[in-house]
Design a protein around this ligand. Structure first.
Ligand code: SF4
Ligand code: SF4
Length: 335
């Protein structure tokens, strides 16, 4: 474990130094909203935000991407992304979500070369939460506002500076490479870091999720799913904004005389998601689709990968147009 520290006023120098060797992605203002984007020379990093509306999964598993084109010369696969990148400022819940996506796209039977190339070229610096939102519940799902899961380095904001701690060998190498900018923290800075971490944990509410997997499994025939689904619009916002949702479809499209194969994110709350070529659809009702979404996150991934695929980021709560709240769903469905 290696420590580093940087004054906030020097962050621009770090962005420039790293940017000279690859892409630097971080929290910046776009249309008056704090977003994760490639930092441009005219940008200033923003450090005061609860979280981004869009999770970082889009940097590794884009909303849509052309993976091959086909024409007179046959099928040509899109080259894999190259070059180094630094992803700075993701919250610990979102860094943790990348470890779950890794299990699907890198460690399962069929690895995804595009996802793998993007993950392997990226060093992730998570930024601990100073002021978790009322909708955050990371500590109920194996997370923490200062968790290091999925991060190479954890940065903690202590006011005028950030204190950094390596979590992986890649993180240690980064701190060593930029040692001139990332000096060692003083004892007082480390004490301020520890106090900051402790106060943030106290602000996160618990949702009482003990035994949730077994409880939901026992509820699969409950009428409560249909009652809950009466409120759900089936809009897909909760799935597209969820950092761990990873369903996608592959489509072949004609573009003039050529064609292209596109991979696009999809959502299990859409009726057509499970529509089979025969016309049969095993999930005809919204209640069945809602049940599947919740069970997939809290039961099926626990069985398949050993983890609940929810990091408690609260995006599905904040952004649902029907005010659905996953915390209530988990407690309202009776066993
Ligand atoms: S965001 Fe809300 S309304 Fe839309 S599909 Fe999800 S639960 Fe249903
Ligand atoms: S289910 Fe909701 S709270 Fe959990 S990770 Fe997905 S968006 Fe975040």
């Amino acid at each position: 474990m290696t420590l580093g520290a940087i004054k906030k006023e020097h962050l621009g120098q770090l962005v420039a130094a790293v940017g000279a060797h690859g892409g630097f992605y971080g929290p910046v203002l776009r249309d008056n909203d704090v977003c994760l984007d490639q930092v441009q020379p005219s940008d200033t990093l923003v450090l005061d935000y609860a979280n981004f509306t869009l999770p970082p999964k889009g940097l590794f598993f884009p909303r849509s991407e052309v993976i091959a084109t086909h024409g007179a010369d046959g099928m040509v696969e899109t080259p894999l992304p190259t070059g180094k990148a630094v992803l700075f400022g993701v919250r610990p819940c979102d860094a943790m979500s990348l470890t779950y996506l890794d299990k699907v796209f890198m460690e399962a039977q069929f690895a995804d070369p595009y996802y793998r190339a993007r993950r392997e070229r990226t060093l992730t610096i998570a930024l601990a939460c100073r002021d978790p939102a009322a909708t955050c519940f990371c500590t109920s799902v194996a997370g923490s506002p200062s968790g290091q899961g999925g991060a190479d380095i954890l940065a903690v904001d202590i006011g005028d500076a950030l204190v950094l701690e390596s979590a992986t060998p890649a993180g240690e190498a980064f701190l060593a490479e930029y040692r001139k900018l990332l000096g060692r923290p003083s004892d007082n800075q480390v004490k301020a870091r520890d106090a900051q971490v402790a106060q943030a944990v106290r602000k996160v509410s618990s949702i009482g999720s003990d035994g949730v997997t077994a409880r939901l499994q026992a509820s699969s025939e409950s009428a409560a799913w249909e009652e809950l689904a009466e409120r759900c619009l089936g809009c897909g916002v909760c799935t597209f904004l969820c950092p761990t949702c990873h369903c996608f479809g592959l489509y072949d499209e004609e573009v003039g005389p050529q064609g292209r194969r596109v991979r696009a994110q999809d959502a299990c709350v859409f009726p057509a998601f499970t529509l089979e070529a025969s016309g049969h659809n095993p999930r005809t009702r919204q209640g069945l689709r809602m049940r599947h979404r919740v069970m997939h996150k809290f039961c099926y991934t626990a069985q398949s990968f050993g983890d609940i695929f929810c990091v408690g980021c609260g995006r599905c709560i904040v952004n649902c147009p029907a005010n659905m709240d996953i915390r209530e769903t988990l407690t309202e469905v009776p066993p």
